[in-house]
Design a protein around this ligand. Structure first.
Ligand SMILES: Cc1cc2nc3c(=O)[nH]c(=O)nc-3n(C[C@H](O)[C@H](O)[C@H](O)COP(=O)(O)OP(=O)(O)OC[C@H]3O[C@@H](n4cnc5c(N)ncnc54)[C@H](O)[C@@H]3O)c2cc1C
Length: 421
């Protein structure tokens, strides 16, 4: 934990440095368009305006209310309302950013324009994409948008979150819940395992004869030993994890019978939570910023796309090396990218950054665990800073775990206040 305390202190220092205003002479009225008003995009728009108030910053986001994924597993488990996940853009607009409530549909990189759903367009000097993820409905046989209405992914918060919650409420005591977790990379690496814990918490308290199976397309996962210890301690005999090498990879689903099909056998669930493979949000491909992985390769100093000049990609959509796809990462990348853009449009050269991510997970409402990392550009990507960061201790008192659960709540309150006001 002492290493993590060091990281937190460094994080505060890094954030301060990143949003320092530029010297007055270097200030510019360049036009910056940001697509996507989630954790990455809204953070970037605000940081740009803070660094250089003269920048003309436009945020393009079709939804008037953003619904946050962090803490949405609590909604699934009936511990929190979806209303508590919702944030508007009034304060973003009040900070001098033009908020356009439309979807961006086309990008003309040569002319530097963004086409909007109403047929109008916006000109830019630099464009930032933070569109999050697109679910790959083509990647899992039988799983399409209609199947998701029966076997919810709940990997974008909103109606899907509520659907999964309602299915758990309607399930019999003694029923089987199956979670299908995808291979890397995907949004929120610890998310499926936190979800398993919080669903198990609901089952333990409301339907104690029930069981939960995680079918996994990988052999290791984030905070694995901490999660597995929590399963033994909190939910003995309730959660079974089937790894890739034990036959956990789901190859197909049958929504008519709620069945998940693997090479080693079929699992028919009462509640099936299918988290499919993912790629960068569609507009990134339209911009020419994706590669054959479906994600966006970037320069780790500026977050500028490797294939689309003057277009920067942050958040879940980009390939950020060792940095996980998290809201905290998106926020840190947003500030780094804003700083680089302000420097570039003023004619300077951005300095190599250090970025920090901390990710809390809840194994129960009063039982938190965390992982922290520090990253820097290395060999064209972002790599761990050796010896920095760390995870919660494997052996800790319940008081310690309860404190980490409190820190998780504070983290969510702080980051959403910073991003949405
Ligand atoms: C169950 C779950 C739990 C999680 N828990 C945590 C956690 O505890 N901590 C943590 O740090 N992270 C957590 N995450 C991950 C976190 O939600 C994402 O990493 C984060 O939201 C990524 O930010 P982003 O800006 O890339 O995308 P988003 O926050 O998804 O924002 C993308 C935005 O872009 C908009 N958009 C997309 N396309 C267009 C377009 N063409 N035009 C205009 N707008 C567009 C969308 O409407 C959306 O508002 C969790 C995720 C899940 C699923």
């Amino acid at each position: 934990m002492s290493r993590r305390k060091f990281c937190s202190a460094s994080a505060a220092a890094a954030v301060t440095a990143l949003v320092s205003p530029l010297p007055a002479l270097a200030q510019s009225a360049a036009r910056i368009v940001v697509i996507g008003g989630g954790f990455g995009g809204a953070s970037c728009a605000r940081a740009l305006k803070q660094i250089d108030p003269k920048l003309q910053v436009t945020l393009v986001e079709p939804n008037r209310t953003f619904i946050a994924c962090p803490f949405s597993n609590n909604v699934v488990a009936g511990l929190r309302s979806l209303e508590q996940q919702k944030f508007g853009y009034d304060k973003v607009a009040a900070s001098g950013i033009t908020v356009v409530a439309l979807e961006a549909t086309t990008i003309n990189a040569a002319a530097r324009t963004v086409g909007l759903a109403d047929g109008t367009s916006l000109a830019y000097d630099r464009l930032v994409l933070s569109p999050g993820i697109e679910l790959r409905f083509d990647a899992l046989s039988g799983y399409d948008e209609a199947a998701a209405a029966k076997m919810p992914h709940a990997w974008k918060a909103g109606e899907q979150t509520l659907l999964l919650r309602k299915q758990l409420e309607a399930m019999d005591d003694g029923g089987l819940v199956v979670i299908a977790a995808p291979a890397n990379p995907f949004r929120c690496p610890p998310g499926p395992y936190e979800r398993a814990c919080l669903i198990a918490h609901y089952l333990k308290t409301r339907k104690p004869r029930s069981k939960l199976i995680i079918l996994d397309a990988k052999d290791t996962f984030s905070k694995q030993r901490l999660f597995q210890n929590a399963w033994k301690e909190l939910y003995p005999g309730m959660i079974e994890w089937i790894s890739l090498s034990q036959g956990g990879k789901v190859n197909a689903v049958d929504p008519a019978t709620n069945t998940l099909i693997t090479d080693f056998g079929n699992h028919t669930a009462q509640v099936a939570n299918v988290i499919p493979p993912q790629r960068a949000g569609r507009i990134a491909a339209i911009a020419g910023a994706t590669d054959n992985t479906g994600w966006c390769a970037i320069d780790p100093v500026t977050f500028e796309s490797r294939s689309a000049p003057n277009i920067h990609v942050i958040g879940d959509a980009c390939l950020a090396g060792a940095m996980p796809k998290s809201a905290f990462s998106a926020n840190a990348q947003a500030k780094t990218c804003a700083n680089a853009i302000a420097t570039l449009v003023a004619g300077g050269s951005p300095a190599a950054p250090k970025l920090i991510n901390t990710c809390y997970s809840l194994a129960a409402p009063d039982y938190g665990i965390s992982i922290a990392g520090v990253y820097h550009p290395k060999n064209g990507s972002l790599a761990d800073v050796e010896g920095a960061g760390g995870v919660s201790p494997l052996e800790a008192s319940r008081d310690f775990r309860a404190r980490e659960a409190d820190y998780a709540q504070s983290w969510f309150a702080t980051i959403t206040a910073e991003v949405f006001g």
